[in-house]
Design a protein around this ligand. Structure first.
Ligand code: DX5
Ligand code: ZN
Length: 228
């Protein structure tokens, strides 16, 4: 890692979004407290339907219930087919942002506008095989672009660093527009400097966060740079 990379990340503080996918669902009050006390600003909520991805998690009822116990930014990542059917439910549940997969939407622009209409930030996610060109026509309205750095469905996978190229592409296409670039899957201190150098703004982290014995130190490393 060159000195430039280190300085660059230390100059830029990114947002850290722990994904509760790797948490103990039987004690969500404790999990939310842990996230809050770690200094992370966002909670990443992975909604899976067993159809868009080969795994199942939770839906709006779970989010509504845990909303009662936290004021953190709730960042919902919908890995479901027909996400347009559920925008109202997730907005009513108290999500601050709702991110849908480009691969799951027949009218991506329409659903992003619907999310915005409900007062939430709208996000578009792309799987590792989906190029940025597929979502270029919605970059004028997207608040968040989520670059998947693993195949969606499971935590604890090895990062596909070749996806960082899409982060660089999104930076070059930004042209004064407001979207933040998030990445999801396999992010940990060993790779974070490279991701931030590519242009990352938000790091989703599941297994690495929940395994870290010192969560405050972990969030600081992810947010400010790992090479001190
Ligand atoms: C995977 C999920 C991720 C997952 C990341 O489909 O979208 O948010 O929780 O977990 P790690 O950080 O363990 O790869
Ligand atoms: Zn996710």
């Amino acid at each position: 890692m060159s000195q430039n990379v280190i300085i660059k990340h230390m100059e830029k503080k990114i947002t850290v979004a722990p994904s509760v996918l790797s948490a103990d669902f039987s004690d969500m009050k404790k999990v939310l407290n842990e996230i809050e006390n770690s200094g992370a600003g966002w909670v990443h909520l992975d909604v899976m339907d067993g159809c868009f991805v080969p795994n199942l998690t939770f839906g709006p009822k779970f989010i509504k219930d845990i909303r009662e116990h936290s004021n953190l930014f709730f960042d919902a990542h919908l890995m479901i087919v027909h996400p347009e059917k559920f925008v109202d439910e997730f907005a009513d549940a108290g999500c601050d942002s709702i991110t849908v997969h480009a691969e799951a939407c027949s009218d991506l622009r329409d659903i992003l506008l619907k999310i915005k209409d409900r007062g939430c930030r709208c996000g578009v996610a792309i799987k590792p095989a989906t190029p940025v060109s597929e979502i270029e026509n919605v970059l004028d309205i997207a608040d968040i672009v989520l670059v998947m750095t693993v195949e969606p469905g499971f935590g604890g996978q090895q990062i596909k660093k070749e996806c960082f190229e899409k982060i660089r592409k999104l930076v070059s296409l930004r042209n004064g527009r407001n979207y933040v670039i998030s990445a999801d899957g396999g992010l940990k201190p060993e790779v974070i400097d490279e991701a931030v150098l590519a242009g990352l703004d938000v790091a989703v982290t599941g297994s690495a966060f929940f395994k870290a014995p010192d969560k405050v130190g972990f969030v600081k490393m992810m947010s400010e740079g790992s090479q001190k």
